[in-house]
Design a protein around this ligand. Structure first.
Ligand code: ADP
Ligand code: MG
Length: 234
């Protein structure tokens, strides 16, 4: 599903340059649940943003579902992004003046799904994350965990090939974190490919594989016995 070869990325700041990704090789098959773990500043978000086509590498190869991602026009890149990728962020990134339902329906609007079908599908996805009865509520009326579940429903509504989550539990207490990971595990159980960036060891162990990033290089890549988050939520 994802294949990257010898990926490099530097940030230029004036006459200085910060080499952040120093030759990353990585593949993820369909249906995997991979944690990208590392301490703050190790390059996790930079890597995820490149995988998410929100940023471009300086060199290296990236193939997503068989499509080489390089030198694409903005329009083409946006098309692939909408078609292939779903995003979940630490800070939820919901639109504050739109209801939970409208937030989930938004990617479908961009996919030009007709209004009625959009509403139905959005409601289905809200139901899937256990928030059907919250459909008309604004994000400000939801808890952090509920906001993240709405964000996950929104990401999934567009039926992406890969879900990319950058510190999805970073703003949540541990119980709520486990609820969100329980949902991510269930979505993965249904066959979806998911990458989760985290700096937390316990969250990483709820994935099936841990890729450890340190100073812009992968220092470890191992399959792990998945800890089920449901064991920690009642
Ligand atoms: P992580 O997500 O693992 O905390 P990041 O990928 O966000 O790490 O950042 C890696 C390094 O790159 C850090 O030193 C950070 O300060 C730097 N960095 C990240 N984004 C930018 C940017 N847009 N411009 C300059 N430096 C950046
Ligand atoms: Mg980060």
């Amino acid at each position: 599903m994802i294949e990257i070869k010898d990926l490099h990325k530097s940030y230029k700041m004036g006459s200085n340059s910060l080499h952040v990704l120093k030759g990353i090789n990585f593949t993820a098959e369909e249906g995997e649940l991979v944690a990208i773990m590392g301490s703050s500043g190790s390059g996790k978000s930079t890597l995820l943003n490149i995988l998410g086509m929100l940023d471009e590498a300086d060199s290296g190869e990236y193939t997503l579902d068989g499509v080489p991602i390089k030198n694409l026009s903005e329009t083409k890149a946006a098309q692939y992004r909408n078609k292939f990728l779903g995003f979940v962020f630490q800070s939820f990134n919901l639109i504050n003046y739109k209801s939970a339902l409208e937030n989930v329906a938004l990617p479908l609007y961009y996919q030009k799904v007709p209004r009625k079908e959009r509403q139905e599908k959005a409601l289905q996805y809200l139901e899937r994350v256990g928030l059907k009865e919250w459909a008309t509520h604004l994000p400000s009326e939801l808890s952090g965990g509920q906001k993240q579940r709405v964000a996950i429903a929104r990401a999934m509504a567009a039926e992406p090939k890969v879900l990319l989550a950058d510190e999805p539990t970073g703003a949540l207490d541990s119980t709520t974190s486990y609820e969100v990971m329980d949902l991510i595990q269930k979505i993965n159980d249904e066959g979806n490919t998911i990458l989760v960036v985290t700096h937390e060891e316990d969250i990483a162990h709820m994935c099936k594989r841990i890729v450890h990033l340190r100073d812009g290089v992968i220092v470890e890549d191992k399959k792990v016995k998945q800890v089920r988050a449901s064991e920690y939520v009642q």
